[in-house]
Design a protein around this ligand. Structure first.
Ligand code: KOT
Length: 755
């Protein structure tokens, strides 16, 4: 058992109370590493490989302590010596290996796979600087390298190494492992991150994220492409993808042989889930390895591969669908481009009259999703609505050919991180009210017995207040900003993208600012918090950040308004910030243009922590509404059929909406004198023009309804009994969104792992 005081004396030669947070972090990391060393790796015959370009795992200390069963003990012990686990955790630098939802989903899945006792590893890349670190200067987003790879670290270098043959050189890899611990589990899995055998990272200029993208041999794993639901065509990205999947395929075959496979039966030993199309080259790579290194005929290699690979689609945005020019793949690896051409020939001869399902189109461009659907055995969407859109519209031709390949797997979140670790106060409340069975089955519905119990509702309110105070302290301590813990906390945190419509919430803020100036004072002060990064190449997203930061400054300076309204944009939003923000939220903003958000997972985290959702009929919001009932969620806006129809018939005209009397002054305020005084003319004018003349993601179409529903929500907040009952009902129905349920569905319907 752990004696922190002794450890402190042994390691640092002083009492625990005198140790710094980083020193205590080091002690606890060593302790957890030791404990996890004792757990055997799951070794059952059939194994899942979750291959993903991103794993947004977040900080690991609290989570690992919780999963090992030491969390309460360590927390108490620290408190006895005047220390706080939260503050110790601030010494941990979270790995910056993901952009957003897709990477975070992969991390939740690893937790659930291991917690369910299934044999499954994550496989990806060890990016040295990960995603950029966001800083704000002059109300604009700026970029710093995120040096997350310091000491001490959870990474352990393994002996494993492979050669990856590119056209004009071969690169050798090293494999690094991070242990993945399940909740109260006796076996562990691993996150396996490949890196170049030797990279220094010296090449990066201090303070800048620019580097030589043509120096592949040294820079291959330097950074993660900063696109989310978007894509940048760049040769280095293909090098990264091929390096990742070649290593993954070689690892998978080697491990299967070790577990007894004779390679012909490989598909009995391994199943590969690819996280969107980024790892699709694993299909031709497996075929290459089977035919050239294991003496298997081409057609048999194709069948073995097809029986192993399952594909998840995470978006219908056409700009995000990966398409690579054939000549680019040829330049990186001609052997692979040749195999893709052979596969394409098979498809072209079978479906000659169906150009929309050909892998290589008439312009010699490879459609990665098409490759994955033809040569994998399963394709799934990530929410009911998203899967229906795939089947009916986006992938309709494929659905007609292979109806049996398609299924839905509505996303989920791990309750270990998003409830037990992030919100211990709500966790003990639930334990008291409904016992602890939910730790295993995520069923919180017994809470409904307390729906009308005023004392219970008061407790819920007190927990939320406590979490607001914790958020306030955290923001003051780490970012030097102040918020009012007695205000309504209203949050939109996610990547900045026009389809997510942060600009629509900004227009509401303008409305509210004007309304307060007219003398309509809110009953309770309101704090609207944003967080999220924008891809560096995404100009309009930068402009949206600029608009919000300028509004924030304008309101802060206005004494008529600042007692009642505060706008805050949290710098460098990441998993750790989310763990403070979500438990403190009263209102969750899920306002994407219907049909565009494949699922969303933040929506689930807020619901689980008792926030009420303002939602469009998009992604998993639709399923939240089905669970809690229309009276416990604030839905608004056009439905996806209408939006799809508008796109198909070119039927949206932003000017029509812009000219409406309620909308025009709000949009024009973007370029008003007070705004131009604070902000940059070029950015504000560009955004103003974009919304007025283009508004491709239709922020204006739902704006009037959005303003009405926001006013209704703030009004309802004043009716405490009603509000906290709604909050309780949301928590009680969140069980469906446990990622354990999602993983059980993947396993029963796709993976078929034994256990
Ligand atoms: C990024 C690049 C290419 C293709 C897809 C993406 C992508 C999609 N990145 N993140 N997503 C999000 O994935 C989440 C997990 O499924 C969803 O909840 C969310 O709606 C997607 O936008």
């Amino acid at each position: 058992m752990l004696n922190l005081q002794n450890q402190a004396r042994e390691t640092f030669n002083k009492p625990l109370a005198d140790c710094s947070n980083s020193e205590i972090y080091k002690i606890l990391l060593d302790f957890v590493q030791n404990e996890s060393q004792k757990l055997p790796v799951n070794d059952s015959k059939r194994k899942l490989y979750y291959v993903s370009a991103e794993f947004l795992i977040g900080k690991l200390l609290t989570n690992n302590l919780l999963n090992l069963g030491f969390y309460d003990e360590v927390k108490e012990e620290l408190e006895k010596h005047g220390k706080s686990l939260d503050e110790v955790e601030e010494a941990e630098h979270e790995p910056s290996l993901g952009n957003g939802g897709l990477g975070r989903l992969a991390a939740c899945f690893l937790d659930s796979i291991t917690t369910l006792g299934l044999n499954g590893d994550g496989v990806g890349l060890n990016y040295h600087f990960g995603l950029f670190r966001q800083v704000f200067e002059e109300n604009k987003q700026k970029y710093k390298p995120d040096e997350w790879l310091g000491e001490p670290t959870w990474l352990k270098k393994s002996e494993i190494s492979f050669n990856v043959p590119f056209k004009s050189f071969t690169l050798t890899s090293s494999l690094y492992d991070i242990s993945v611990l399940g909740y109260q589990q006796k076996t562990k899995n691993r996150l396996r991150l490949f890196d170049l055998e030797s990279v220094t990272g010296d090449i990066i200029h201090k303070d800048s994220i620019d580097f030589d993208k043509t120096n592949i041999k040294e820079n291959l794993t330097l950074f993660l492409y900063p696109d989310d639901s978007d894509r940048e065509g760049n040769l280095l990205r293909i090098y990264q993808q091929y390096f990742m999947v070649s290593n993954a395929a070689q690892l998978i075959i080697a491990e299967a042989i070790e577990r007894g496979s004779n390679v012909k039966d490989l598909a009995d030993y391994a199943v590969i889930q690819i996280n969107d199309t980024h790892p699709t080259l694993i299909i031709p790579e497996l075929i290459r390895l089977l035919t050239t290194e294991h003496d298997i005929e081409f057609s048999e290699a194709v069948e073995i591969t097809r029986n192993m690979v399952a594909f998840t689609n995470h978006t219908i945005l056409s700009e995000a669908l990966e398409k690579w020019p054939l000549e680019d793949i040829e330049e990186v690896t001609p052997i692979i481009s040749e195999i893709i051409e052979q596969l394409d020939q098979m498809i072209k001869s079978e479906f000659s009259n169906y150009p929309k399902v050909h892998i290589i189109d008439d312009n010699d461009v490879i459609h990665m999703a098409r490759l994955a659907i033809h040569f994998g055995f399963s394709t799934n969407g990530v929410s009911e609505l998203h899967t229906e859109i795939l089947k009916d519209i986006e992938l309709h031709d494929f659905y007609k050919i292979y109806p049996e390949k398609f299924s839905n797997k509505t996303n989920g979140i791990t309750f270990r991180r998003w409830l037990m670790a992030a919100n211990p106060e709500l966790t003990s409340f639930l334990n008291q009210k409904i016992g602890t069975k939910w730790h295993k089955d995520a069923d919180l519905k017994a809470l409904l017995d307390y729906q009308k119990d005023e004392e219970t509702l008061d407790e819920l309110k007190a927990i939320k207040h406590d979490r607001k105070v914790q958020l306030k302290n955290h923001l003051e301590r780490t970012k030097g900003v102040k918020i009012n813990p007695n205000s309504i906390i209203d949050i939109q945190i996610k990547r900045i993208h026009e389809y997510k419509r942060q600009q629509m919430l900004a227009l509401y803020i303008i409305y509210k600012y004007m309304d307060i100036k007219k003398g309509n004072i809110p009953a309770t002060p309101i704090t609207i918090i944003f967080g999220g990064k924008a891809a560096p190449a995404y100009t309009i997203a930068q402009d949206i950040i600029h608009l919000i930061l300028c509004l924030s400054e304008l309101i802060d300076q206005d004494e008529q308004v600042n007692p009642y309204l505060k706008v805050l944009f949290v710098e460098n939003y990441n998993v750790g910030e989310a763990e403070y923000l979500i438990p403190a939220a009263n209102i969750s903003e899920q306002i994407s243009l219907a049909s565009k958000e494949a699922s969303g997972t933040g929506n689930m985290k807020f619901m689980l922590n008792g926030a009420l959702t303002i939602a469009t009929f998009d992604g998993a919001n639709v399923e939240i509404e089905e669970l809690v009932g229309n009276e416990n969620i604030y839905t608004f806006g056009r439905i996806s059929e209408e939006i799809v129809d508008l796109y198909e018939n070119d039927g949206y005209d932003s000017m029509y909406y812009y000219k409406k009397a309620t909308i025009k002054p709000l949009v024009d305020f973007i370029v008003s004198d007070p705004m131009l005084e604070i902000g940059n003319k070029e950015n504000l004018e560009r955004l103003h023009n974009d919304i007025k003349y283009k508004d491709y993601f239709m922020a204006l179409i739902d704006l009037i309804e959005f303003i009405a529903i926001k006013e209704k929500v703030y009004e309802d907040y004043e009716n405490e009994k009603v509000w906290w009952e709604k909050s309780l009902v949301n928590i009680a129905h969140a069980g469906f969104f446990s990622s354990d349920r999602t993983i059980e569905e993947y396993n029963h319907e796709i993976w078929h792992l034994d256990n």
